[in-house]
Design a protein around this ligand. Structure first.
Ligand code: NAD
Length: 267
């Protein structure tokens, strides 16, 4: 993809799933990659090995950095951004991917559990964005942020109130930052995956019956892959997408298309 070779990117939560696939894809496009993880250092090492392999196969010489940081902790984010800056002297791309979900009926959610999801998904993403934007402004060159949102940015998700709130908030964070910094050459967009085959969905991904039930709800009849999310992300951060900002791109096999209307059921 145009304009990615030699760029520097941080991917949060890059030790598994969509974050891992994005890190590998951006490496394949020639980016230097900071691989953030919270506790799965082995997963981060796997990401690094695959990223280096893919970059090499594509003819790129890239650098990688593994950075441990819990994105729910402000001081950890500051240390991570500083480490990346000291290593590469700047930043071009931030991918806010780290995310968690907790299932509980909304009237029974404990305050700490609520805070935990908001702190990782929304507050953590905002704090990473704030630090990245400060860096972009200092460098006086363009920068790009992608927030990994969800179809639940717009589709309500009963039993997952903190997740729904966090992803809904992420949509407005994307649009607000995009508007505020458009004049500074900073683009901010989101991808909104539908049901995607990653560890976060382990309960149905590994159960054929449950998986078939999930697939039934998706107009295209199947869940997405982390690589499909990574391909769209690579496009949005590349110079193929220089006029796109403030958008959420739904990558969901049609899940946001009101699947119940596939067949006419009302007059
Ligand atoms: P995943 O569980 O494999 O990835 C989440 C990653 O975030 C993990 O690597 C985890 O270690 C990391 N993480 C969690 N808390 C963290 C913290 N405090 N600090 C740093 N890292 C932390 O699942 P995934 O599906 O790859 O999820 C990635 C993103 O995609 C999430 O934001 C999720 O909400 C979003 N998403 C996923 C789906 C899906 O169906 N898989 C759908 C919509 C949106």
């Amino acid at each position: 993809m145009k304009g990615l070779k030699g760029k520097t990117a941080i991917v949060t939560g890059a030790s598994s799933g969509i974050g891992q696939a994005i890190a590998i894809r951006l490496a394949q496009e020639g980016c230097n990659i900071a691989i953030n993880y919270r506790s799965d250092s082995e997963g981060a090492q796997t990401t690094r090995a695959k990223a280096l392999n893919q970059a090499k196969a594509a003819g790129h010489e890239i650098q990688t950095l593994i950075v441990q940081a819990d994105v729910s902790k402000a001081e950890a984010i500051l240390a991570m951004m500083q480490e990346v800056n000291e290593t590469w002297g700047g930043l071009d791309i931030l991918i806010n991917n780290a995310g968690i979900q907790i299932e509980t009926p909304s009237h029974e959610v404990e305050t700490d559990a609520f805070d935990k999801v908001i702190d990782v998904n929304l507050r953590g993403s905002y704090l990473c964005a704030r630090e990245a934007i400060q860096q972009f402004l200092q460098q006086a060159k363009s920068g790009v942020i992608i927030n990994v949102s969800s179809v639940h940015e717009v589709i309500p998700r009963p039993q997952y109130i903190s997740y729904s709130i966090s992803k809904g908030g992420m949509g407005n964070m994307t649009r607000t930052l995009a508007l505020e910094y458009a004049k500074s050459g900073i683009r901010v967009n989101a991808i909104a995956p539908g049901a995607t085959i990653t560890p976060i969905n382990q309960d149905w991904v590994e159960d054929a019956e449950k998986k078939a039930a999930v697939n039934q709800h998706i107009p295209m009849g199947r869940a997405g892959t982390a690589e499909e999310m990574a391909a769209a992300t690579a496009f949005l951060v590349s110079e193929e997408a220089t006029y796109i900002t403030g958008q959420t791109l739904y990558i969901d096999g049609g899940l946001t298309l009101y699947a119940d209307f596939r067949e006419p059921w009302s007059a």
